[in-house]
Design a binder for this molecule. Structure first.
Ligand SMILES: *Cc1c(COP(=O)(O)O)cnc(C)c1O
Length: 392
């Protein structure tokens, strides 16, 4: 018996079950066409919704900020590492989100760890969380001592039941993803805000897949659903549509100020670099100047979704550019993805535990960087592969 036997056993089990995650290597900048494991392929699985990740204006501004401020921040922000570009980024993000203030953090994942345990901290508090919320929300909730209520996916009646159950709780926080990243459906925010008002709860939305995608100029789901100003904590990421890395939370001045005092990832971990901040500023500026990329993203989405449905594929319940192509068994989804790759399309299969058993799929991510010609060509390959594997 060796002390690592459990590790070998688990790896073997994952491989046998077809659940072992083989990560491919991308050898070029992000864009519509990329080089993966030595092969030029059409990228249909990035979160680079607007094509900003490889955009020259972002790269130039990143270089400019490195020239101005150096490579790194040198200390944890709260101690001696807050630099002027951190405040500049927060000001820019507040402008973009039309909120009073913003706290920038290292990533979207970390932002949930920062906000949730700071706001609902004691056993007298209650947190209400959608059963399909992102892993980073689940982990953020685990860090809190608050009583946990998991409500049925996108179901206000289930949420209300839980709110009634927790009527004695002191501070209440309702948390939902804005866009659910596996199915591409969106949260019923108006109903959630109405319930929050009725039961005196705070609201928090993680809009990782909504920013840059939904609402005018990609301002996010709160604008899209007309509840701007009713969401107390708007969590965002700079790693998806914005194309860089970083996270943030926007809201009222007092609330963000409170997080600056309490949020442990702000107090005990260093912040984004000058290059990240510079590129992020350029990304927001591009979105403020023009919604051309957002419009292109949606016209591309329409083209591909209509086409793939016409071919007879099931795309589930998505109302966003996230386009799941439902295949059922994980082994079929994996075989489908492999065939697509051989034919020149990079689109990964997603299976259990990321999605429920029997609901494996290829998750196609549409981007503004795709041309119509790219998408028509891809539809042809999906048709060919679907027939070959007996799916359509
Ligand atoms: C991707 C995602 C995150 C993580 O964002 P990062 O900035 O990559 O850490 C958090 N929440 C949701 C809902 C996401 O989809």
């Amino acid at each position: 018996m060796g002390k690592f036997d459990f590790i070998d056993a688990e790896i073997s089990r994952l491989k046998e079950a077809g659940l072992y995650n083989n990560v491919r290597t991308i050898e070029s900048p992000q864009g519509a066409w990329i080089r993966v494991d030595g092969k030029k392929v059409l990228n249909m699985c990035s979160n680079n919704y607007l094509g900003l990740a490889g955009e020259k204006r972002l790269v130039d501004k990143a270089k400019e900020y490195m020239d101005l401020y150096g490579a790194g921040p040198g200390a944890v922000r709260s101690i001696a590492g807050t630099m002027s570009f951190h405040y500049e980024l927060e000001k820019k993000l507040s402008e973009f989100k039309e909120t009073e203030d913003t706290l920038s953090l290292q990533s979207g994942f970390v932002t949930n760890q920062a906000v949730i345990p700071s706001i609902v901290s004691s056993a007298d508090d209650a947190v209400f969380t959608d059963e399909l919320n992102h892993a980073s929300i689940i982990d953020g909730v685990r860090l809190s001592k608050a009583k946990r209520y998991i409500y049925k996916h996108n179901d206000p009646a289930s949420l209300e039941e839980k709110l009634k159950e927790a009527s004695d709780a002191k501070n209440k926080l309702i948390i939902t993803d804005g866009v659910f990243s596996m199915d591409g459906d969106i949260a019923p925010l108006k109903e959630i805000c109405d319930l929050a008002d009725r039961y005196g709860a705070m609201t928090m939305v993680d809009d990782a897949h909504g920013e840059g995608v939904l609402g005018p100029h990609g301002r996010g789901i709160a604008h899209h659903l007309g509840v701007h100003g009713r969401i107390d904590f708007e969590v965002g990421t700079l790693s998806k549509a914005f194309g860089i890395v970083g996270g943030f939370v926007s809201g009222k001045k007092s609330v963000i100020d409170f997080l600056r005092q309490k949020a442990r990832p702000f107090l005990f971990s260093s912040a984004v670099t000058p290059a990240d901040a510079g590129a992020s500023l350029a990304a927001v500026e591009i979105l403020q100047e023009s919604d051309e990329r957002v419009k292109k993203l949606w016209s591309n989405t329409g083209l591909f979704k209509e086409g793939i449905k016409k071919l007879g594929f099931d795309t589930g319940i998505s109302v966003t550019p996230i386009t799941p192509v439902m295949l059922g068994e994980a082994s079929l989804a994996q075989a489908f993805s492999r065939r697509l790759f051989e034919k020149g399309i990079f689109a990964m299969s997603i299976g259990f535990p990321t999605v429920p058993r029997g609901k494996a799929r290829i998750r196609v991510m549409i981007s503004a960087s795709h041309s119509e010609e790219d998408l028509r060509w891809a539809l042809g390959i999906f048709e060919e592969t679907g027939k070959e594997l007996g799916v359509i």
